[in-house]
Design a protein around this ligand. Sequence first.
Ligand code: KG4
Ligand code: ZN
Length: 356
Amino acid sequence: MKILSIETSCDETALALVEASGGMKNPSFTVLKNIVSSQIALHAPFGGVVPNIAKREHLKNLPLIFNALYPKLHSLSPDVVAVTVGPGLEPALWTGVNFAKEIHKNYFPKAKLVGVNHMEGHLYSFLLMQKAQFPSFAKASEGKQITNSKMYPAIGLVVSGGHTILLLLKSLTTWKKLGETRDDAVGEAFDKVARMLGLPYPGGPEIQKAAALGNPTSVNFPRPMMKDKNYDFSFSGLKTSVLYYIRDHRGQSRNKNFIEDIAASFQAAAVETLVYKTARAVKECKAKSIILAGGVAANQALREALTAESKKLGVNFFAPPMAYNTDNAAMIAAAAYIQTLKKKNRRITAQANLSL
Ligand code: KG4
Ligand code: ZN
């Protein structure tokens, strides 16, 4: 099945063309084209995404990217046109939804038009790994096919700029929310701490870069709610502690070593909190794997800590290939494929608050 997918929920205008096969038992994807036009440079001076600028840029970029792709699309003629319908910034979502409707009507009227949940896109982005990259199961020999009985139940950790969610997946399509953030999403905390340190937007990659040169034990920032019995998170308190620490050390706040140590110590606190609760969920739910997803999945310290933790727990760890952590349209195609197999229909209209 060939899927043309469109993503405009935030500040990336993205289109992809993906070939999907294998059905629910063995979903496999070949990404034929994956174009992401980032608006980061335009939003950076504002320290965050400005919805109307995002809308204007999507309107400008969508036809440009589509026209660049069109010769290939024309010869391949997609079976599905998929578009993110939410969650996200409403004006930004509408640009993708309207564009999808228009190209469906004008170019691919025989294709099925599918509305996709952006967070399901993130969740399924690990499926874009090549099968050869899949880890072998603790007790299975190297390279063995991953069967559902060896993969589920799984714990899903979905961490982005707007969400921090822990899921218990009984299968690829059935899950229960174990917990989520009660205030800031972890990506948002990375962005805000970066801003306090005078680092540019988006903060996650900048904090990672600075942290690599700093000492993660230099400041013992709090790990809010880490030891609580529930599976919820809170990152607002951690962020405020960083703010107070910077205020109390105002004289050093532009010192390179100081910035690196704060970045490393903040990142260590955020990663430890995420890994601790994920590990507890694995043990309590007797899970067989951990699935990481969302923009913050790009964080090397988090990936390394979860890799080490899954080895310790004897479970498998799945994370998206590096190109598919932050917003992209290939992941929207992956989710559209699973949704099409499930015969699930979603309204083709912007739904800013759609949940998982
Ligand atoms: O999934 P995403 O691209 O957009 C949303 O759906 O929110 O996630 C963006 C978030 C931003 O907060 C960004 O700072 C964070 O992901 N991020 C990172 C890294 N790369 C992106 N956070 C920590 N470390 C990174 N390397
Ligand atoms: Zn996202």
